[in-house]
Design a protein around this ligand. Structure first.
Ligand code: SIN
Ligand code: FE2
Length: 216
């Protein structure tokens, strides 16, 4: 299929107060990001975490950076050690850090220094139910979320679970940034449709950058 946007410059679409979609912002760096995902997963493999309620998540996850998001029987937590390997999460690759810094600055968050990056891998049918990112103690820092590979439908609502939802297709190279007024807005990913992407095969990947510790 002819891709009219293949050579287009990235462009921004407002999403909500404090939130924007940076279309194709990561496109030119996608190959390097995907290679770095492989390196991260070689050290801390993708796994299906089990929620405190006993539900096995359909999205496979790993982390890099000083802190990684994980589940245990009591709840959700950030930990410096990967519970699967017993060793620290792999460091955040330079290409991740640079992209996150550039994207957050482009969206108006100049000083975002993430210490955690959750790496999500979606196979066909995998989804992320509507949720808030609220396990971080310092809500002044935004969320930076990078989409790679197969497209997926992103839902973005408001502060309350039953607020109206916007539904947007997130494609290879798109970056969503939300913070400020929309930092705690509900969001989710609808079940991934099967497909084949030239750079990721049957998968969609997502990188979610967060500041998971409190800094003065
Ligand atoms: C998330 O909310 O943690 C991930 C969103 C996405 O996969 O785009
Ligand atoms: Fe989230």
């Amino acid at each position: 299929m002819l891709d009219l946007f293949a050579d287009a410059e990235p462009w921004q679409e407002p999403l909500a107060p404090g939130a924007a979609i940076l279309r194709r912002f990561a496109l030119s760096r996608a190959a390097a990001l995907l290679e770095a995902i492989d390196d991260v997963a070689a050290a801390s493999p993708f796994r299906h975490m089990v929620t405190p309620g006993g539900y096995t998540m359909s999205v496979a996850m790993t982390n890099c950076g000083q802190l990684g998001w994980a589940t245990n029987a009591r709840g959700y937590l950030y930990a410096s050690v990967d519970p699967m390997t017993g060793t620290p999460w792999p460091p955040m690759p330079d290409v991740f850090q640079t992209l996150c810094r550039d994207a957050s600055a482009a969206a108006g968050y100049a000083d975002f220094r993430p210490d955690a990056c959750l790496v999500n891998r979606y196979a066909p049918g995998a989804k992320l139910s509507l949720h808030q990112d609220k396990d971080e103690p310092d809500l002044r820092a935004p969320i930076v979320s990078v989409s790679l590979g197969l497209p997926a439908v992103f839902q973005f609502g408001g502060l309350h679970r039953n607020d109206p939802l916007k539904r947007l297709m997130l494609e290879h190279g798109d970056v969503v940034v939300w913070g400020g007024e929309s930092r705690l807005f509900y969001h989710g990913i609808q079940p991934l449709k099967p497909g084949v992407h030239p750079q990721t095969g049957e998968y969609r990947y997502n990188l979610t950058f967060r500041q998971a510790s409190y800094s003065e």
